[in-house]
Design a protein around this ligand. Structure first.
Ligand code: IPE
Ligand code: IPE
Ligand code: MG
Length: 246
């Protein structure tokens, strides 16, 4: 993006370094049009493509998309298989564009619990994009926030870290997001006002933006509106407003 003509909310110092998104409402979007839920997921994939591209264009350094939760295994079998087929084709189709946009792909979640075809496609895309540095695209897949914290604690114990050395930094460095900043802005579509086990440790001080729009209808303009609203927030981190302004 041409940095000279940016609106104030899109100035580099006003943009969040990390945006996390709960892409929700695909099923209801489809139902409202008399379609099968799977058609909602297909349309949602197009939204994801557009938002990734726009985040990159604006210069957002980290984008996390909640793609499949550990709890989503409870859904009907055909819906789960459809979601994974969509993911494999998304990875195949998007790889050239990720390379062209200099985007690194990373996964948050238990990759070993994913079907082989998905693991293969993910490993291929992650290896190919490993050297890309403009933006990190995290896909939260087979992801559970509580599970992630447990996994990090198990790593600390396995590595023999002494109790007095178990600091917040030591724990954070064993999370799937190790080395990345916490999300500054979390967006959830579809009107649900909950976290659904998403980045429980990392969202400690994140600003939240909720919209009633279903994910397939979430467009670039609404993304801009969320970023513009974020730019007006006063983040206090426990301090007083006067301290922040000083
Ligand atoms: C989000 O849309 C996609 C996934 C959770 C995989 P949903 O499928 O949850 O859509 P709703 O919430 O049922 O409308
Ligand atoms: C959260 O959405 C998971 C993803 C968007 C991948 P859900 O639709 O699964 O969340 P709940 O069940 O409504 O809390
Ligand atoms: Mg949902």
């Amino acid at each position: 993006m041409n940095t000279d003509n940016r609106p104030p909310w899109a100035a580099p110092e006003s943009l969040p370094a990390h945006v996390s998104i709960i892409m929700d409402g695909n099923g209801r979007w489809a139902k409202s049009r008399g379609q099968d839920r799977t058609q909602g997921h297909r349309a949602g994939t197009e939204t994801a493509r557009r938002i990734v591209r726009e985040a990159r264009r604006l210069g957002i350094r980290h984008l996390t998309l909640y793609t499949f939760s550990s709890e989503n295994w409870e859904r009907p079998k055909h819906e789960v298989s459809f979601l994974f087929e969509l993911l494999v084709s998304f990875l195949r189709d998007e790889l050239p564009s990720l390379m062209e946009q200099n985007i690194r792909l990373h996964v948050l979640g238990d990759v070993n619990g994913l079907p082989l075809a998905v693991r293969t496609a993910l490993n291929h895309a992650m290896n190919k994009t490993a050297g890309n540095g403009a933006m990190t695209l995290n896909l939260a897949l087979n992801y559970s926030g509580r599970g992630e914290i447990l996994h990090a604690v198990q790593a600390l114990v396995r590595q023999g870290v002494l109790p007095q050395d178990i600091t917040e930094e030591a724990l954070a460095s064993r999370l799937y997001t190790a080395g990345q900043p916490d999300p500054d802005l979390m967006i959830r579509t579809s009107g649900e006002l909950r976290l659904s086990n998403f980045l429980l440790f990392q969202h400690a001080y994140t600003e939240f933006h909720f919209t009633d729009t279903y994910w397939p209808d979430f467009g670039v303009e609404e993304f801009h509106a969320a970023l513009a609203a974020y730019a007006t927030r006063e983040r206090r981190f426990g301090k007083t407003g006067e301290q922040i302004k000083a």
